[in-house]
Design a protein. Structure first.
Length: 321
């Protein structure tokens, strides 16, 4: 059996959701060291998997790799549809484990579209490959249609910037027990409506924050400047989604962000993907205090949930034979 594990990812937002500009989407995000998905795979004559979602990804992996079958087990899972990239990390981990079980070299970026991943954002694929803080180049706007392309009919967006973040940084993530984020057809429909009415001026402002503030801060390891920049980009993205998600952040994420912003321990507060995950960044020395603040805020708001603390991932998926 071969085992593959991969960390979660945070999705800060997109660079452009307006049809006016040449490139559409352009994901911005960060790979986390924890929590992780961990799957095992061994050769088999058919596909064996513990549940329907895992089976679907295993069947795609077997088809893409042209192998007989695979026996897949899932030792650890990421919470599904909360903003941590669970679908992409599980699909790619199953694919990579299957490839290694057959002594094949995984071609993750090449095969991700056939696995149904990387259709909009390339952040999840990039962090699976190498971790880090990632910015992708998006897709040509001319390819946008009212209906999403069929599985496999796209290329994963290229990585245009990647930086290892300092090892003593910590991302604190609050996961309220709320309605899970959008996925599948519901997500496709929401994104389509946002893109068809997206304000190009918002993309112009994001470009300035990205190039003049966020990228230099990531390259130089300046925590407060990095946090200020991702927080601003998150709010600007929220202005695109305000009508479809009920505000700059999808409830109850907005209440969490507002409450946590009153403290001075976390910076860069925002909602990952469609939420409900809310994240912020701090350093190792203040991480315990920040996590305690997040738990306190959940309690004060009457929200059940959990809080996790993670280093930024400085490498991609791990393989154990």
């Amino acid at each position: 059996m071969v085992t593959v594990s991969a960390g979660a990812r945070l999705h800060v937002g997109f660079q452009n959701l307006s049809l006016t500009h040449e490139r559409l989407y352009g994901g911005i995000g960060v790979g986390l060291a924890e929590p992780r998905v961990r799957v095992g795979a061994s050769r088999a004559d058919a596909v064996s998997a513990p549940d329907e979602v895992t089976r679907r990804y295993a069947e795609r992996a077997v088809s893409v790799l042209s192998v007989a079958g695979v026996d897949v087990s899932v030792e650890r899972r990421l919470p599904a549809h909360v903003g941590l990239g669970s679908g992409t990390q599980l699909a790619l981990a199953i694919y990579a484990a299957t490839a290694h079980a057959y002594d094949l070299e995984p071609r993750v970026r090449e095969h991700a579209p056939e696995l149904g991943r990387g259709g909009r954002s390339g952040v999840g694929v990039a962090t699976f490959e190498a971790g880090g803080f990632v910015v992708d180049g998006g897709h040509p706007t001319s390819r946008f249609t009212a209906e999403p392309p069929a599985t496999g009919e796209w290329n994963v967006p290229p990585v245009v910037a990647r930086h290892d973040l300092p090892a003593d940084w910590r991302f604190v993530v609050a996961l309220p027990a709320a309605e899970t984020g959008r996925s599948g057809d519901a997500e496709d429909d929401s994104i389509r409506r946002v893109v068809e009415s997206g304000d190009p001026a918002t993309a112009d402002e994001i470009a300035g924050v990205l190039t003049r503030r966020l990228l230099p801060a990531a390259a130089e390891g300046r925590l407060d400047a990095f946090g200020d920049a991702i927080g601003r980009i998150g709010r600007l993205n929220g202005s695109w989604y305000a009508e479809t998600q009920g505000g700059l952040y999808r409830p109850p994420a907005g209440r969490l962000v507002d409450a946590l912003e009153s403290g001075s321990v976390l910076s860069g507060l925002g909602q990952s993907s469609w939420g409900p995950a809310v994240y912020g960044v701090t350093d190792e020395a203040r991480a315990a205090e920040a996590a305690a603040d997040a738990r306190r805020v959940l309690d004060e708001l009457g929200l059940e949930g959990s809080v996790l603390v993670s280093e930024p991932a400085r490498s991609g998926a791990r393989v154990d034979s």
